[in-house]
Design a protein around this ligand. Structure first.
Ligand code: ADP
Ligand code: MG
Length: 698
């Protein structure tokens, strides 16, 4: 009867609830168990006592010992969150997001509430937040508005061994905070043993070692150098997978493109095996910084029984993220590194051999839970003779314009006196200051100009900030806002390998003949005209997620402009004005026509090429002069995002480089002028400083 049915249903519901509660319970129990099994837990109380007794502590521990996920929680449990937030910086955005998510789960709270994260253009925190993971760049910007970081009671500067540019600058800034605020605690973590240097920098502070347990890892060397390390990696994965049972595989490659190629090749081989009746499944999992967050999280998921995981990663998996259960590491020996190319006068991401220290970190990933194996796809003699012992800190190899702008507005006038752990080469400082001077951010004496002060407010590279400000002056603030936002997100054009022609045709419909920048503007405007619809995006081979991100970035940049009373008016259809604004921000990247598809950089005389994806190239337009957003090295030096400009604009906006007779001025003459400029600027700065010192003495 009906009554009995209802009762039965209710009983069943109760049963469900009870079993749900039970599984909830067992889940939280395993998380607690996991926390207690980490090496850092064994020394929790001792570590917290060292922190109580010392304002600064350096903590050294093997990757995976629990530094990043546990120490913030310990500080919270010890009550440090009673008078401020607990911050933890990461050099990589993926790590900040992933770790915050994990810690929110461990604490059983919603991500973004008690535990949150902040990366550029994405703030996932709230008024409830007490543990905040963030990129080192975000904390550095926070010091602009709160020099003493009053909202924090403790900061963990994580992954200090990476020596990222922002972490290195934070070292100097936080050293001052420590001196001014007795209630403030600083923990610096390192996965390697070079930590004594950090301890010395802060004035002989204690170095705490978390005892780790590691298992031996056998190293297998390549007998000959590999010509194609991606292919070699794929082959090694297959051999490894077929010869052994159990234990996951971790492969190190350098970037998204390689990782996708490898995943595709592996999948193909696996499909082939399956067709032949071999039943040995492999779960192929890529991870790199531009991979959507939900896919990134997959590397931590447990594979079904009998299925082996194969994670294909950039050096994000070297120390920032730890996946349990890896027994095999395949190391190609390469990583993408940002380096300043003095010939081009700019930074470029290039593939370089990793250091010996990094290679050993990679090897260590295989020995966390049991004895493992590491396949090095390079020879033993290459390791000894070609790899540097440790990597060169970023501060010594990249452009410093951003950092200089920031320090200047923090009133660090004399950069040579700022406390750097490893001071950047003076030549490097001067070059970057020169770049800021040609953009109009610094005056002849090295002081911030009004333009420079406005530029600091934007979390953007100086030329992009200038594009916003100059565009606003020319009456196209609305348009440049869109362009800068589109340049701040990964490419929105979707080009699947199996539908290349179709997607290229779709992209061509948006082409603006004179400019890739304007093409981006056009795409965004069309998307807006179509009510920001996602189905419209997929029909036109555009990434809806990317466009949405660009829209968010745009809103944030627009807020900054409005708060500074910078106009965001539109120029309507007069897009020549927009091109002029682009010229004003990028004239240092000007190039002159040489032959179809080929240009030469006006300053360096070096060749640079039009990319096949450029709208100018697509429509066969060959203007005499162009400026470009950046150079990308693949097979050749390709200009990325190109806009045609009038030579008169170059002369008007970049008089230090170009005269009206620009084509007649020889390159040597230009070089000489540039050198003279730099020298006279250095001299004027010196004199200004001497005068200031004298004033202060009196
Ligand atoms: P360390 O900072 O010392 O390298 P972590 O605190 O990052 O160590 O990691 C401690 C443990 O937490 C590791 O065993 C790691 O596998 C686990 N862990 C970290 N993040 C996640 C995640 N998102 N999902 C599951 N486990 C994670
Ligand atoms: Mg860590």
């Amino acid at each position: 009867d009906e009554d009995g049915n209802v009762k039965a249903t209710n009983r069943f519901k109760d049963h469900l609830k009870a079993s749900e509660a039970a599984s909830e319970f067992s889940k939280s129990k395993t998380i607690a168990q996991q926390r207690r099994s980490l090496p850092v837990f064994q020394v929790r109380d001792e570590l917290m006592q060292v922190v109580r007794e010392n304002q600064v502590v350096i903590v050294v521990g093997e990757t995976g010992s629990g530094k990043t996920t546990q120490m913030t929680q310990y500080l919270h449990e010890e009550g440090y969150s009673n008078w401020g937030n607990i911050g933890c910086t990461q050099p990589r955005r993926v790590a900040a997001m992933s770790v915050a998510k994990r810690v929110s789960e461990e604490m059983g709270v919603e991500l973004g509430e008690e535990v949150g994260y902040a990366i550029r253009f994405e703030d996932c925190t709230s008024s409830k937040t007490i543990i905040k993971y963030m990129t080192d760049g975000v904390l550095l910007r926070e010091t602009l508005s709160a020099e003493d970081l009053d909202s924090y009671s403790a900061i963990i500067m994580d992954e200090a061994h990476e020596r990222s540019l922002n972490t290195d600058v934070l070292f100097g800034i936080l050293k001052k905070v420590v001196a001014r605020r007795r209630d403030f605690r600083l923990i610096v973590t390192s996965a390697t043993l070079d930590a004594q240097k950090f301890a010395d920098f802060f004035g002989s502070v204690p170095c705490y070692h978390i005892p780790g347990r590691t298992f031996p890892v056998e190293v297998m060397w390549s007998k000959t150098p590999q010509e194609d390390y991606v292919l070699a990696a794929v082959k090694t994965v297959m051999t490894c997978h077929l010869k052994s049972e159990g234990g996951d595989i971790l492969v190190f490659l350098t970037g998204q493109e390689e990782i996708e190629t490898a995943c595709y090749a592996l999948q193909e081989r696996m499909d082939h095996l399956e067709q032949q009746g071999v039943d040995k499944p492999l779960m192929i999992l890529p991870i790199y910084s531009q991979l959507p967050a939900d896919l990134q999280a997959k590397i931590f998921e447990k594979a079904p029984d009998g299925v082996r995981k194969c994670i294909i990663a950039t050096n994000i998996a070297e120390t920032s993220l730890t996946v349990d259960g890896i027994l095999y590491v395949i190391d190609t020996g390469f990583a993408k590194t940002k380096v300043y190319n003095p010939k081009m006068g700019m930074d470029a991401l290039q593939v370089f051999p990793v250091s010996q220290a990094a290679a050993n970190q990679r090897r260590g990933r295989a020995g966390r839970t049991a004895p493992g194996e590491c396949y090095r796809l390079y020879t033993e003699s290459a390791f000894r003779t070609e790899l540097l012992e440790t990597s060169v800190p970023e501060i010594q190899r990249t452009n410093l314009a951003n950092v200089i702008l920031l320090l200047k507005s923090l009133k660090v006038d004399n950069l040579l006196e700022f406390e750097f752990m490893d001071p950047p080469p003076q030549e490097n400082i001067l070059n970057s200051m020169y770049q800021l001077w040609i953009l109009g951010a610094l005056d002849n004496t090295g002081e911030l100009t009004t333009l420079g002060r406005h530029m600091v407010e934007f979390p953007l590279d100086p030329p992009l900030a200038k594009l916003l400000l100059f565009g606003s002056d020319l009456g196209c603030g609305e348009e440049v806002l869109t362009i800068v936002s589109m340049l701040s997100v990964p490419s929105v054009f979707f080009r699947p390998a199996d539908r290349a022609e179709e997607s290229d045709a779709a992209r061509e419909k948006f082409f603006v003949p004179e400019s890739d920048h304007l093409t981006l503007l056009h795409v965004f405007q069309q998307w807006k005209a179509n009510k920001f619809r996602a189905d419209w995006c997929s029909r036109h081979f555009l990434h809806a997620k990317g466009l949405k991100k660009a829209k968010e970035v745009r809103t944030q940049l627009c807020d900054i402009m409005e708060s500074q009373r910078i106009k965001t008016t539109s120029c309507g259809g007069n897009w020549d004005v927009v091109r002029k604004a682009i010229c004003a921000a990028y004239f240092h990247n000007a190039a002159r026509f040489k032959g179809i598809g080929e240009y030469v950089n006006c300053r360096s005389g070096l060749p640079c090429y039009m990319h096949a994806s450029s709208s100018l190239y697509g429509l066969g337009y060959t203007p005499d002069y162009v400026v470009y957003h950046e150079l990308v090295y693949t097979t050749k030096e390709y200009m990325q995002c190109v806009t045609a400009v009038d030579p008169e604009w170059l002369a008007e906006l970049g008089p230090m480089f170009f005269s009206i007779k620009v084509s007649h001025t020889s390159r040597l003459e230009q070089r000489r002028l540039e050198r003279e400029h730099k020298e006279s600027m250095a001299q004027e700065m010196e004199e200004a400083r001497a005068k200031k010192d004298e004033r202060e003495k009196r």
